[in-house]
Design a protein around this ligand. Structure first.
Ligand SMILES: NC(=O)C1=CN([C@@H]2O[C@H](COP(=O)(O)OP(=O)(O)OC[C@H]3O[C@@H](n4cnc5c(N)ncnc54)[C@H](O)[C@@H]3O)[C@@H](O)[C@H]2O)C=CC1
Ligand SMILES: O=C(O)[C@H]1O[C@H](OP(=O)(O)OP(=O)(O)OC[C@H]2O[C@@H](n3ccc(=O)[nH]c3=O)[C@H](O)[C@@H]2O)[C@H](O)[C@@H](O)[C@@H]1O
Length: 437
């Protein structure tokens, strides 16, 4: 099948690479010339395990091409996938300007009938808006079918999530479009759910909002565990064993971040208010998340009384491991708050340092290793659960610190390793602290 993809971000690129690897002929387009130049040489602009190999293989076998020209990319394509960004606008709703521009680009350059498949996360009803833009701008002899095909991949595992998704949701307005898209994905052997376009659009927001709500719920339970002496890890396991609840997304921490949960929960809340509905559950999910991001600072304040002049090592800057993305990362709120409190921040991340320098407060200092970051520090904050931090020699690391105090925002360090430290104060989330004087 001949497929065009607009947008080579996490979603467009993963989709393009995986569809070409399944045997389709794919052209990926982007308006960012630098990205396309890099991609054409097989260099991924983002860090994603497995991406580089698939990129090289499919450029090499001629099934995957990149261009900045919509005319060239859309030429003779049966399926057009739109995967441009839908960021948050000032009032919390989804900003559809990239999508609207993409629709105009398609209308101006499409040379045959095609299925326009919206993979970007878009509010219910957006397919209708885009269809109207297309209708107004397409030549009269070309017609399109619309499809909503939301994406559920996670950053850091984008390729394996695309190849081994739990489900593919296809929302269409007619059977021909539905069966063509089903055929496009058939080689992946993933369960497919066919729905109306509006239901497919809603499935995406409902899924992200539900997962975000699960995280805020377990974070509040963690805070209550700390107050009552229970252990949230046991509580999560005990809850998750009930198949009706499920074990996933019950890991407490310092709140959800990333380019999607925060913006999608806000956008769904906005959609509800447009329909005169106060979706209080979503409002509370967001409030809890905002509070949780400041938790480590509150814990440090309660331990030290005052953070003025204290050196705090911040290990991990990306919003989660295996990505260099800092969008809505808790590290942004934490470092700002520490600096407000007069603390010195020494930060380290194995892959996100370059991006961090573009977004974090300019007063943040960057270390070349965890060892350098913790040197003479009054405390260390574990902000992202990178494997290399978990596997570090903590017995040795704490010896480099001014005071051996660890605030673990991800409950990722192994208690059996912490106990080996000669002196340590270890403060996890929602479970008992470990103090060795
Ligand atoms: N990042 C993620 O993990 C996931 C994102 N999504 C959704 O997918 C959509 C895309 O997200 P990302 O891939 O993260 O976005 P991104 O911002 O990383 O990439 C979007 C790309 O589209 C390009 N673009 C903009 N206008 C264009 C046009 N007219 N023609 C061609 N290219 C154009 C941009 O230059 C950019 O490279 C969003 O709606 C997002 O909510 C859905 C699931 C997962
Ligand atoms: O729409 C999207 O963009 C994507 O958003 C999330 O994917 P992603 O943001 O890449 O990452 P997640 O692994 O879901 O983590 C999101 C945040 O939640 C936090 N989290 C996750 C799980 C958990 O149990 N606890 C927890 O605090 C993570 O640390 C991270 O900050 C969803 O998991 C994807 O299904 C969805 O496609």
């Amino acid at each position: 099948m001949k497929i065009a993809v607009l947008g080579t971000g996490y979603v467009g690129l993963s989709t393009g690479v995986c569809l070409s690897d399944s045997g389709h002929e794919v052209v990926c387009m982007d308006v960012d010339e630098e990205k396309i130049e890099q991609l054409s040489k097989g260099i991924p602009p983002i860090y994603e395990p497995g991406l580089k190999e698939l990129l090289k293989r499919n450029i090499g076998n001629g099934r995957l091409k990149f261009t900045t020209s919509h005319k060239e990319g859309l030429h003779n394509k049966e399926v057009i996938i739109i995967a441009v960004g839908t960021p948050q606008s000032n009032n919390g709703s989804a900003d559809l300007s990239f999508l609207e521009q993409a629709a105009k680009d398609i209308a101006e350059n499409l040379n045959q009938n095609a299925i326009i498949t919206i993979k970007s996360t878009v509010p219910v009803g957006t397919n209708d808006v885009i269809k109207n833009i297309l209708k107004e701008n397409l030549p009269h002899d070309i017609s399109v079918d619309m499809a909503a095909n939301p994406e559920f991949l996670r950053q850091g595992s984008a390729i394996s999530d695309t190849l081994k998704a739990d489900r593919i949701v296809i929302g269409t307005e007619n059977k021909q479009a539905a069966s063509k898209l089903e055929k496009m994905y058939s080689i992946l052997h993933i369960p497919i759910l066919h729905t109306s376009i509006r239901s497919a659009e809603m499935i995406k927001y409902a899924s992200n909002a539900f997962l975000a709500m699960k995280i805020s719920f377990i974070n509040e339970i963690a805070n209550l565990c700390e107050a009552t002496g229970a252990n949230v890890e046991d509580v999560s396991i005990g809850m998750g064993l009930d198949k009706r609840i499920g074990e996933a997304f019950l890991k407490p921490g310092i709140g959800y971040g990333g380019s999607c949960f925060p913006k999608d929960v806000k956008a769904l809340y906005h959609t509800a208010s447009e329909h005169d509905m106060n979706f209080g559950l979503l409002e509370e999910t967001m409030t809890i998340n905002n509070q949780q991001r400041e938790l480590l600072v509150w814990k440090a304040l309660s331990r030290f009384g005052d953070l003025n002049g204290k050196k705090i090592a911040m290990l991990g800057l990306s919003f989660k491991p295996e990505t260099d993305d800092l969008r809505e990362a808790p590290s942004i709120v934490i470092s700002n708050e520490l600096i407000n409190q007069g603390a010195r921040v020494s930060a380290y991340d194995p892959v996100a340092m370059n991006n961090a320098k573009k977004v974090l407060n300019t007063q943040v200092e960057y270390a070349k290793s965890p060892e350098e970051a913790v040197l003479d520090a009054d405390a260390v904050f574990i902000v992202t659960e990178w494997k290399s931090f978990v596997e570090s020699n903590w017995k040795q690391l704490v010896k480099e610190m001014k005071s051996p105090i660890i605030f673990d925002g991800r409950n990722c360090l192994k208690e059996e390793e912490i106990i080996k430290c000669e002196q340590v104060e270890y403060y996890p989330i929602g479970k008992p602290k470990i103090i060795k004087a």
